[in-house]
Design a protein around this ligand. Structure first.
Ligand SMILES: C[S@@+](CC[C@H](N)C(=O)[O-])C[C@H]1O[C@@H](n2cnc3c(N)ncnc32)[C@H](O)[C@@H]1O
Length: 272
């Protein structure tokens, strides 16, 4: 169903307005049960993951490349316009071509997720969508079974997180916690040992943690500025650090996640 746009104020494309306003979009999209898949590659990965489109949005020249997708969704509107008109709506030039407004998948069942997981990452209040995306990419690559995000954490389905994650946010199961650090009790009752990645004088090293073979493991990562809250560190079973050289005071949180995920891979896993 192709619809040629003539007016940037067309209410049918309100899903695509003010895309550059991060603060607005990160609250609006979850509240409206949608997210934006940007670029035809991301859009295809979202569809492969079983997510449903609300509409497609592109310059005319992208129609041919997406014919199969459009034909497979005959009831979904395809909004088409000039590059200038699309830019007036979104607030930026669409150099990645097509976009889709997608229905947000239903929240996962947290107890079931925790019951089936061996290792999870918990992101406490991480607001940088680049870091969130990079952590998901590492989680997927290094065999972390699920990612849990604190109530104040950024949105894994924000378009920048999706892009940086290379679409792995569609692959790694994730859930938003409703209270943190209170929900650490859910992890504990599901059998997880909780490890706060924190630079404390008495922290275990990541190798010492891995050598303990604690079984189900939750790796908790903190904010870019202040790191983990004192209450989180106090409540976790262990504080854990990645030793550093050259007087560097900390790693970027996404880099720290990759090291921690790699170092704590299960000994009998498939990752050698
Ligand atoms: C940029 S750091 C925050 C630094 C903060 N000033 C602190 O002292 O925790 C962001 C997060 O990455 C993780 N992190 C960074 N470097 C780490 C290291 N060497 N060992 C353990 N965790 C680290 C921690 O979870 C931290 O909360």
């Amino acid at each position: 169903m192709i619809i040629h746009l003539a007016d940037p104020a067309d209410p049918r494309v309100s899903d695509y307005t003010s895309l550059t306003d991060v603060q607005l979009r990160r609250t609006r999209e979850p509240a409206e049960g949608m997210y934006i898949a940007e670029s035809s590659r991301v859009l295809r990965r979202a569809l492969e993951a079983g997510h449903r489109p609300r509409s497609f949005f592109m310059a005319e020249k992208w129609l041919a490349e997406l014919t199969d997708v459009i034909d497979a969704h005959p009831d979904v509107p395809v909004f088409v316009g000039t590059a200038r008109l699309l830019e007036d709506i979104t607030g930026f030039h669409l150099h990645r071509g097509a976009m889709a407004a997608m229905h947000r998948p239903a929240p996962v069942d947290l107890p079931a997720l925790l019951a089936g997981a061996r290792r999870v990452a918990v992101l406490e209040d991480i607001v940088d969508h680049t870091n969130i995306g990079a952590i998901f990419r590492s989680a997927a690559a290094l065999g972390v079974d699920a990612v849990l995000v604190s109530p104040r954490c950024g949105d894994p389905l924000y378009r920048r997180s999706i892009r940086v994650s290379m679409g792995t946010v569609f692959q790694v199961p994730w859930a938003r916690l409703t209270a943190w650090p209170e929900d650490m009790s859910l992890l504990r009752s599901a059998g997880f040992t909780t490890a706060a990645l924190a630079l404390k004088p008495d922290s275990l090293t990541i190798r010492q943690l891995a050598a303990r073979n604690d079984g189900k493991l939750a790796l908790i990562l903190g904010t870019e500025g202040d790191g983990l809250g004192a209450e989180t560190v106090a409540e976790a079973d262990h504080a854990v650090m990645i030793p550093m050289h050259a007087g560097v005071d900390s790693l970027n949180v996404a880099a720290a996640s990759a090291v921690a995920f790699f170092a704590t891979q299960p000994p009998h896993g498939t990752h050698g």
